[in-house]
Write a protein that binds this ligand. Structure first.
Ligand code: 2BH
Ligand code: MN
Ligand code: MN
Ligand code: MN
Length: 314
């Protein structure tokens, strides 16, 4: 089993500086060693280099549309290459606008992929519904075929076209959804599990229903887009849009253990780690080591332990 690590030091999908330092911070928390210990052949492709386009005025109230679009076009090619080379791909953000390129690049090889979006936020605003204009809150709207009659032509995104069906997407962890997003979730009938649903059902049942919804008809590659702000801010404080009442450590790890156990994980994004937003070095370290933990868990690290098959107790 081989895993490719792709760093995407990018921040223009939102306004707070520092999230571009996420990839280095997650690496510094020991990602490569942890994955090597899981018997993966680790191919660290390093960090992509993103150009900041000089002339890039707003589209409506959306900042940096061309810069974000170009970054995602570059990322799409890199993810497509990694998946095409047979690697399981770990994309380190950077802000969540990067999921546009990551999922699009993945779909080039796996058009039947399904998407599990773990996040406090739905990231499904269109430019017309977005309260902030920030593209990290609009990523899913760029991916969905079902929303195309609601999406304007945003400069910088003419290289892609939407390919995902609403039924191939499940949200876990929602607790800060804008009115425009709520209309879209309900109108398209998107399957989501808010933090209230997790409180009611428990994370085991949420994962059972999620994986049944996505895989019962047929097994297919999973794209896991994990926003670190899905976790409670007490666990992941170094992030740009923290929201109280998030996933516990155990819930987040259970989510990734269950996804690993399908054997179908193909690409995982880990985004919105902003090492400049931790109040203390310990807060930053807690956030980055949590990111490493969920990646390791998604790739097979188990809480119960593991061993290679011995014929008998040594
Ligand atoms: N819904 C808000 C917040 C967006 C949050 C984006 B994040 O989930 O990628 O952190 C917006 O659209 O501005
Ligand atoms: Mn602005
Ligand atoms: Mn997000
Ligand atoms: Mn979020």
């Amino acid at each position: 089993q081989s895993v490719a690590i792709l760093g995407a030091p990018f921040s223009k999908g939102q306004k707070r500086r520092g999230v571009e330092h996420g990839p280095k911070a997650i690496r510094d928390a020991g990602l490569v060693e942890r994955l090597s210990n899981l018997d993966y052949a680790v191919h660290d492709f390093g960090d992509l280099t993103f150009k900041h386009l000089e002339k890039d005025e707003h589209f409506m109230h959306v900042p940096f549309p061309r810069t974000v679009g170009r970054a995602n076009q570059l990322l799409s090619g890199a993810v497509s290459g990694a998946v095409g080379a047979g690697h399981t791909c770990i994309m380190l953000g950077g802000d969540h606008s990067l999921a546009i390129g990551s999922v699009e690049g993945h779909a080039q090889h796996c058009p039947d992929l399904c998407l599990i979006w773990v996040d406090a936020h739905a990231d499904i605003n269109t430019p017309l519904t977005s309260p902030s204009g920030n593209l990290h809150g609009q990523s899913v709207a760029f991916l969905l075929k079902d929303l195309q009659n609601k999406m304007p032509e945003v400069p910088g995104f003419s290289w892609m076209k939407p390919f995902l069906s609403a039924r191939d997407l499940v949200y876990i962890g929602l607790r800060d959804v804008d009115p425009g997003e709520h209309i879209i979730l309900k109108t398209l009938g998107i399957q989501y599990f808010s933090m209230r649903d997790i409180d009611r059902m428990g994370i085991q049942r949420v994962m059972e229903v999620t994986l049944d919804h996505l895989l019962a008809r047929k097994q297919r590659p999973i794209h896991l887009s994990f926003d670190i702000d899905a976790f409670d801010p007490s666990l992941a404080p170094a992030t740009g849009t923290p929201v109280n009442g998030g996933l516990t450590y155990r819930e987040g790890i259970y989510v990734t253990e269950e996804i690993h156990n399908t054997g179908l994980l193909s690409v995982m994004d880990v985004v919105e780690v902003n090492p400049t937003l931790g109040a203390t070095p310990e807060a930053v370290e807690a956030t980055t080591s949590l990111a490493v933990d969920v990646i390791a868990s998604a790739l097979g690290q188990t809480r119960e332990g593991a061993h290679v098959a011995f014929p008998k107790i040594p």
